[in-house]
Design a protein around this ligand. Structure first.
Ligand code: MN
Length: 261
């Protein structure tokens, strides 16, 4: 980027002709957490906020809390080492991912109508190619985000997880869709649902393809994004940086997008 382009961006931020959109869900005790079958997995705890002091005898002039939360809670980042297929990447932990990868352009594929009609909707390579024919190719180094408007269900675990006796019902990608975006050289894949995979992804081949295939390729995931309906199909810039947890497998983030105002 030239100094001129950066100066123009700075001016645009000050004038409001570039706006910042918050893509993050509120993070607190009400944040829904994923519920894996207890017979196969230990679950992540719900968020707890422990008070240290509140301008009182424990700290007369200040308030502060300490937090109890999982790495994969709320709007969050999946690092490659989160999955067994990505476990050996030296730069695959939250503290070692190159910072350059935390700021990148985004492609937003609108699947909101399909997901409203069918909560088990799966995005296919054919649908992605049809999107590219209309909006332009997915470029190397960019993110692909699946807009479903599912974030409107976030806040209630029941509607967000949408589970019945057959398991959770929420939209996501097919394995082939993930293979296709990897062939384009994307930096990551993001969704508005509790994880980066569809509710039914445990039964796919491979199971949980967004996790299995993206992290196998040293790429990233974003889950529980909000407000993707406020982004254009192309042209926004995403800022999504995990906390620099040592050897971290993921982290809650404040996901932000820069858009033309
Ligand atoms: Mn995760």
């Amino acid at each position: 980027m030239s100094a001129t382009a950066l100066t123009q961006l700075a001016s645009a931020l000050l004038s409001g002709s570039v706006k910042v959109i918050d893509l993050t869900a509120p993070l607190g005790p009400e944040t829904p957490v994923i519920k894996l079958p207890p017979e196969i997995a230990v679950n992540t705890p719900e968020v707890k906020v422990h008070n240290i002091s509140h301008y009182d005898k424990n700290g007369p002039f200040w308030a502060w809390n300490w937090l109890e939360l999982g790495e994969h809670t709320g709007t969050h980042f999946d690092a490659p080492v989160h999955w067994i297929t990505g476990k050996d990447y030296q730069d695959g932990t939250t503290d070692r991912i190159p910072a350059q990868n935390f700021v990148a352009p985004v492609n937003v594929i609108d699947c909101s109508a399909e997901s409203a009609a069918n909560p088990d909707y799966l995005l296919t390579p054919e649908a992605i190619k049809a999107w590219e024919a209309k909006h332009g190719e997915i470029e190397a180094g960019s993110w692909v985000l699946m807009r479903t408007d599912w974030y409107k269900r976030n806040g209630s675990a029941e509607t967000f997880l949408n589970a019945d006796a057959n398991g959770p019902h929420s939209p996501g990608p097919t394995p082939e869709a993930i293979e296709y975006i990897l062939s384009k050289g994307v930096v990551g894949w993001g969704t508005e649902t509790i994880g980066t995979d569809a509710g039914a992804a445990g039964g796919m081949n491979p199971p949980f393809p967004a996790h299995n295939l993206m992290h196998k390729a040293n790429k990233y995931g974003l889950a529980s994004l909000c407000h993707l309906d406020q982004l254009p199909p192309k042209g926004a810039v995403l800022i999504a940086a995990p906390l620099k947890f040592v050897n971290g497998t993921g982290s809650p983030i404040r996901a932000l997008a820069l858009v033309a105002g």
